[in-house]
Every structure is written in C-alpha cells, then in structure tokens.
Design a protein around this ligand. Structure first.
Ligand SMILES: NC(=O)C1=CN([C@@H]2O[C@H](COP(=O)(O)OP(=O)(O)OC[C@H]3O[C@@H](n4cnc5c(N)ncnc54)[C@H](OP(=O)(O)O)[C@@H]3O)[C@@H](O)[C@H]2O)C=CC1
Ligand SMILES: CC(=O)N[C@@H](CCC(=O)OP(=O)(O)O)C(=O)O
Length: 344
C-alpha cells in the first residue's frame, strides 16, 4: 500500500516517516512540501542514507493517482483546503489537524477563528478515537484524527462517562504537554530560554480542544455539562499528562473503578490500565503508541482522580493516524506500531 505525506517537514510528518519506514504494509511513496524540492535528509539529517525520497510539490492529481492513502500533517486552515481538493479523488485520507473534527461549524469559527470547511464534507469524516470508534473506522475512507489533548483526556474519561457514574457538571482537566506539541515553527513561547526550567499555563479557558472534548463527551452522555480544561507547557520534548478530576454520583472504591477501567480496555492493545496504586509517568510511554491510565478514588471528597499519559506525536498524532489507517485498510491495528517506549 502506498502512502503520501503532506506536511513532511513538520513534527507530525517526520513522526509518520519514523513509523511508516518499518511498517510491514504501508510504504512511503511520496513526501511533500510547499518549499524547496530537496532530499528529506536536508531537512532532517538524522534520515541521511535511510530515507531516499525527495520532497515534492503538492500535485493533487498525481498524488491521488500514485498513492492509496494520504496523510495531512498540516496546520488547521491548510488541511481544510487540501481535503476539499482531494475529496474529488479516490484516495483514502487521514487528517491530523483540527479542521474536520467539529461537526458544528460555528464552534470551529469560535474556537479556531478561521473559516470552516462545509459541513457536508465534515460529516463524511470519521472521528478517529480508535478505541471508541472502531466500527466506524473500519468502514471509513476519510479519517479526522483526534487532537493530542483530547486523545489523552477522552481515553481517561470514557469508562466513567459512558457508565454514567459521575456528576455531569464536575469535570476538571489539568493537562500538560511537551513543546513538540506546538509544532516545528519557532515561537517565543517555545524557545529554550523561555521554557527551560519553566512551566507555563496557556490559552486559559480558551483552548480549541474544549469543544472537541465536549462534543465526544456529549455523544457518550447527553447530560454532560461544560468542562474546565487547562493546558500547560512542560520543559520536555514529548508527552502529555492529563490529570482529570470528577465527582462521583455515589460512593465507589478505587478497586471498583479500577475494575471498570480494566474491563473497558481489556481488548485494546494500546491502552494500559496500570495496577491498583500505580500511576504512569510521561517517560513510560514516550516514543510509543501507548496511552497509560491510573485511577484513584479520594474517599474523603468523593472525587475520582484519573491520570492519562500519551506521547503527543504518537498516540496523540502520527501513531493514532497509522492505527486508524491500519483499521481502515483491514490490517491489524498494531501493524508498524510495536515500538517500546524510549526509556530513560
Ligand atoms: N505536534 C503535535 O503533537 C500534534 C499536532 N497535531 C496537528 O497536526 C498538524 C501538524 O502538526 P505539526 O507537525 O506539529 O506542525 P508543524 O508546524 O511542525 O508542521 C506543519 C507542516 O505543514 C506544512 N505546511 C504549512 N503550510 C502549508 C500549506 N499551505 N500547504 C501544505 N503544507 C503546509 C509545513 O511544511 P512545508 O513548510 O514544508 O510546506 C509544515 O512543516 C497540525 O494541524 C497540528 O495541530 C495534532 C496532534 C498533535
Ligand atoms: C503544546 C501545544 O502548543 N500544543 C498545541 C496543540 C495543537 C494542536 O494539536 O492543534 P489542533 O489539534 O487544534 O490542530 C496547542 O495547545 O494548541
């Protein structure tokens, strides 16, 4: 199976290269840029003598004719335009941006402050939160890959929300991300001198992933009320930790909640519910497609604490994109994704 990558020179794109380079079935056929047509290793010297491809300009008809699937690792506002052009061809699409995730186009305008794609096109994209949307993904041709924070947060919340054991107005999410989550373009916020030995909150109550998380939670339980969601930058390259607090409707023990989570994820190879009393760290999933989850009930307050960690570039982006491409193409979901975490 042949794949094209658009947005190759960014962090999501180069992570797709890392995965697909050893994928048993999906091969990198072409890689694309809007800039100079140079060998990929000019942009990424660590790929010297390994990835022979030259970056090519985007020619929609040629890509659609030569490849079976195209990955868009492109910024929001860019993906929407590419998707419109490719929608007239037969190629499978997986988009990593936020452009095709929100069904309500007004929400997109409000939170992304950009013009949305037409709703008709959005509705043809399947939301690729793999573990909870597998049936739709199997039938899909076009996938909208979830955001990095929504992936960690929704996998952490799903069993409790779907089982309706929480007070619906009580969800508070405290999330932190490594700086590769902000992409490869330089910015003042992510400079070494700004971030090293520092820790920052950003986009307070205004993060564009709020409507995406709420949309999915409402699909699971229509009584869910608006969430509080805070995002922070950590002085590390990769990884997200989402620490989630919810009030329980009744008295539950940690072990009963733990059982619920183990049951929910027992058939999902990339979600590891940690044993009772154990909580994951970011490093323990770094470089892998795992989402690791720990749970604990505070019996004094009646609140459940959920800790969910992922690698933002893997399960939060390129890893989940390939997992979805695998399922959509009838392959085993783990194909090409059996990386152990990089530790230490
Ligand atoms: N980084 C992360 O952890 C995550 C990112 N995402 C999403 O994935 C997408 C890619 O993110 P990331 O790799 O971090 O971003 P980067 O900023 O690192 O890379 C984006 C790439 O898009 C390409 N690009 C920019 N403008 C255009 C254009 N007009 N036409 C075609 N290509 C263009 C650029 O390549 P060139 O200049 O060579 O054309 C650039 O290298 C974004 O939508 C992001 O929100 C989602 C989850 C996690
Ligand atoms: C650390 C960091 O800056 N992360 C980015 C994630 C961007 C992203 O993934 O954007 P979309 O999913 O909306 O395309 C952010 O918080 O905006």
């Amino acid at each position: 199976m042949k794949a094209a990558i658009i947005g190759t020179t960014g962090y999501g794109g180069v992570e797709l290269i890392r995965i697909l380079h050893t994928h048993p079935t999906i091969n990198i056929h072409s890689v694309h840029t809007t800039r100079e047509e140079v060998p990929v290793w000019n942009e990424y010297p660590h790929l010297y003598n390994i990835i022979e491809n030259k970056l090519e300009k985007i020619n929609v008809a040629k890509i659609a004719e030569e490849s079976d699937i195209v990955f868009f690792a492109t910024p929001s506002g860019v993906s929407s335009k590419l998707v419109e052009e490719f929608s007239h061809t037969n190629i499978k699409m997986v988009d990593l941006s936020g452009d095709l995730r929100l069904r309500n186009t007004e929400d997109y305008k409000t939170w992304y402050k950009k013009e949305p794609v037409q709703a008709e096109l959005i509705n043809k994209f399947v939301y690729g939160l793999t573990e909870w949307n597998r049936g739709e993904i199997e039938k899909a041709k076009w996938i909208s890959n979830p955001g990095c924070y929504p992936t960690a947060t929704l996998l952490g919340l799903a069993p409790a929300v779907k089982e309706k054991i929480i007070k619906t107005d009580s969800i508070i999410i405290d999330a932190k991300s490594g700086i590769s989550g902000a992409g490869r373009s330089p910015s003042r916020d992510t400079m070494l001198a700004e971030m090293n030995e520092n820790f920052k909150i950003y986009k307070v109550n205004k993060h564009q992933h709020i409507p995406e998380i709420e949309q999915q939670l409402l699909d699971w339980n229509s009584d869910i009320k608006p969430i509080t969601f805070s995002t922070h930058l950590l002085p590390i390259n990769r990884g997200i930790m989402s620490t989630i607090y919810v009030s329980l409707k009744e008295e539950y023990t940690t072990s009963s909640i733990h059982e619920l989570y183990e049951e929910a994820y027992k058939n999902h190879p990339f979600v590891r519910v940690r044993p009772l009393g154990h909580f994951p760290t970011i490093k323990e999933v770094s470089g892998s497609n795992y989402c690791d989850i720990g749970v604990d009930v505070d019996e004094r307050t009646g609140r459940l604490t959920i800790i969910s960690v992922i690698d933002n570039l893997m399960k939060g982006a390129a890893g989940q994109a390939v997992q979805n491409a695998n399922i959509m193409s009838g392959l085993h979901e783990t194909a090409g994704l059996n990386f152990l975490p990089l530790y230490p």
